[in-house]
Design a protein around this ligand. Structure first.
Ligand SMILES: [Zn+2]
Length: 491
C-alpha cells in the first residue's frame, strides 16, 4: 500500500455525503458521515465526532454506499475480455467447453482472475464470487486462488471444472484438500463454494459431488434453469435428495416452472440474477417477476467479461430494463397499460448489496451500520455533469452512475481506490501477463480459428450440443427444449 494514512492505521471518515445505509429500515441520510475504524464501520450519522488524527474524505455531492457484491463471475474468462461480444450461449459452450477451454494453462487462469479482481475493485465491487469452472488440474486451482489473493478485494472461490464430471473432480484428494484448506483458513477475505451444474440425468451422477459438499460443509452454486442445458429435473433431483439448502445459490434460474420456484422458496436458497447475460446469451428471461412473487432471496451478478462488463451498475440497469420491458410487453399483449412499475431502483441496489451478502451468508457485509465490515464505496465525480442534481439516490446509483464515478473504495477498512484511482496496483505487469495469455491462446488455436472463434460454427455433433452442453455423460434429455411455454413464462 502506498497510502500513508492506511499504513498508519488511522481511522477514516466520509464527510457530508448522501448515505445509503441499506439497513433493515432502508435508511437514507443526507449530509451524513460514515466513520471507519480498523476493519469496521464505527458510526454513521450527521456531524460525527471522530478520534483525533482521523483521515477525512469529502463526500459532499456524492453517495456513500456499501461495497457491491457480485455472486457469479467466471473471472478466468476476463483474460479474453470482449472476445465473445456477439456469441450465443451455444457458441460460448462450443468455444470453452468443447474446443478450447482445455488450452488454458494455470497462468492463463491466474491472468484472467487477477485482471477481473482488479476490475471489481475499480468498479466498487468489493466482494466477487469467482465461479471458477475451468480448473482442470489442481495447479489451475492453486493458481486461481493465488491470483485472487494477490488483489486486496474480498472473494469467494467457487471451485469447479467443466472438463470433467462433478463426481470425478470432487473425488480428487488434491481438490478436497484445497477446499478444506480454504474452509479452515478462517479468512474472511476468501470464502469457498463448489460450482457445478445438474444435467437432469435421472441417474443423478452429481449426487456424489453434493455429498462431498455436504461432508465438507461447503455451499454449492449451480447454473439452474438454463435453456437447453438445465431445467426442472435438476431442481427436483436436488430437492428429492435433500441437497437444496439455504446456502445454495441458483444462478440464472430462468427457464423453470412454478414447481421449481416453490422448491427454491421453500428451502431458502437464493437466486443470482445475471440479467445482462440472460438478455443476450439465451438462458431465459431474468426471473425477477418470480423472485418477487415467491419471495426468493436474490442477488445480482455479471457472469463473464468475455461478453459484458464486470460492474454492478450494468447489472442493476439491465435488471430494471428487462423486468420493465417484460411487464410492459405482457400488458400490451392484452391491450393494457402499466401505470406503476413493480420493480424499483431501490430493490436492485438492495440486491447488489445486502442481497449478495445474504446469498453468501455474510450478514456482516452489505450494509453501513456500526459493527459491520468496512466495505464502502463513495460515488462522486465533481467533474461530471451527470453528478447533479442528486434527487433520487437509488435512481442515481442505478441509472446515472457508472464505474468512472467510483471515487473511493474501501475493502475491510483498507483504501483500494482513492480519488478515482486504484491504490497500490500496478497495471503494467497485469497487462503483460494478459498479453502473454492472448499470444499463447492465439498461437494454440491458429489465427484462422482464433478469428472464427468470435463467431464459432457448430461442430459435427450439432444436435447433442443443442440438447446438452454439459456433456459429462451420454444422457440426452429431449425435454430440454420441448414444451417450453411454461418454463419460458415461469408458470
Ligand atoms: Zn455462469
Amino acid at each position: 500500500m502506498s497510502d500513508a494514512a492506511q499504513q498508519s492505521g488511522r481511522p477514516l471518515v466520509f464527510r457530508g455525503g448522501t448515505v445509503l445505509t441499506m439497513d433493515d429500515a432502508s435508511t437514507v441520510l443526507t449530509d451524513a458521515d460514515v466513520l471507519v475504524v480498523d476493519d469496521r464501520i464505527a458510526a454513521v450519522g450527521p456531524k460525527l465526532d471522530v478520534p483525533e488524527g482521523t483521515q477525512e474524505i469529502d463526500a459532499t455531492g456524492g453517495v456513500v454506499m456499501p461495497g457491491m457484491i457480485d455472486t457469479h463471475r467466471h473471472m478466468w474468462q476476463t483474460a479474453m475480455r470482449g472476445y465473445g461480444a456477439d456469441w450465443t450461449l451455444t457458441q460460448y459452450f462450443v468455444w470453452y467447453y468443447l474446443e478450447h477451454g482445455k488450452k488454458f494453462r494455470p497462468q492463463d487462469i491466474a491472468a484472467g482472475n487477477r485482471l477481473a479482481a482488479i476490475e471489481s475493485l475499480d468498479a466498487g465491487v468489493t466482494t466477487t464470487v469467482d465461479w471458477s469452472h475451468n480448473l482442470h488440474t489442481i495447479d489451475h486451482g492453486e493458481a486461481a486462488v493465488d491470483a485472487l489473493r494477490s488483489v486486496p478485494g474480498r472473494f469467494v472461490m467457487a471451485y469447479g471444472n467443466i472438463q470433467a464430471g462433478p463426481w470425478e473432480w470432487s473425488a480428487d484428494p488434491a481438490v478436497r484438500s484445497l477446499l478444506e484448506r480454504l474452509r479452515d483458513a478462517g479468512d474472511d477475505m476468501m470464502g469457498v463454494q463448489m460450482a457445478f451444474d445438474v444435467t437432469g440425468d435421472p441417474a443423478f451422477p452429481e449426487k456424489a459431488a453434493f455429498e462431498v459438499a455436504r461432508d465438507l460443509g461447503i455451499p454449492v452454486t449451480t447454473h439452474a434453469g438454463v435453456w437447453g442445458a438445465t431445467n426442472d429435473d435438476g431442481i427436483r433431483l436436488m430437492h428429492e435428495n435433500g441437497f437444496m439448502t439455504p446456502e445454495t445459490t441458483y444462478v440464472h434460474a430462468s427457464t423453470l416452472t412454478r414447481d421449481s420456484y416453490q422448491r427454491i422458496a421453500a428451502t431458502g436458497g437464493s437466486i443470482s440474477v445475471a440479467t445482462e447475460s440472460e438478455c443476450s446469451a439465451g438462458q431465459g428471461h431474468a426471473p425477477t417477476e418470480q423472485v418477487l412473487q415467491y419471495g426468493i432471496p436474490v442477488s445480482l451478478s455479471m457472469d463473464t467479461s468475455v461478453w459484458w462488463s464486470g460492474d454492478m451498475f450494468s447489472a442493476m440497469r439491465a435488471t430494471l430494463n428487462a423486468d420493465r420491458m417484460a411487464e410492459h410487453m405482457e400488458a400490451h399483449l392484452k391491450g393494457d397499460t402499466i401505470t406503476h412499475l413493480r420493480l424499483r431502483a431501490q430493490q436492485v441496489v438492495e440486491w447488489t448489496t445486502r442481497g449478495g451478502a445474504h446469498a453468501l451468508g455474510r450478514d456482516d457485509l452489505g450494509s453501513l451500520q456500526p459493527g459491520k465490515k468496512a466495505d464502502v464505496v463513495l460515488i462522486k465525480n465533481d467533474a461530471s455533469p451527470v453528478s447533479f442534481p442528486l434527487l433520487n439516490p437509488y435512481g442515481h446509483v442505478a441509472f446515472q452512475a457508472q464505474r468512472g464515478d467510483v471515487h473511493t473504495v474501501l475493502v475491510d477498512g483498507r483504501v483500494v481506490k482513492s480519488d478515482g484511482k486504484l491504490v497500490g496496483i500496478d497495471l503494467a505487469p497485469v497487462r503483460s501477463e494478459i498479453e502473454n495469455t492472448i499470444e499463447y491462446l492465439r498461437g494454440a488455436c491458429g489465427e484462422e480459428v482464433w478469428q472464427q472463434g468470435m463467431f464459432p460454427q457448430m461442430p459435427e455433433a450439432e444436435a447433442a450440443i443443442l440438447d446438452n452442453p454439459y456433456q459429462y455423460t451420454d444422457y440426452v434429455d429431449e425435454g430440454k427444449r420441448a414444451g417450453g411455454e411454461d418454463r419460458v413464462l415461469g408458470r
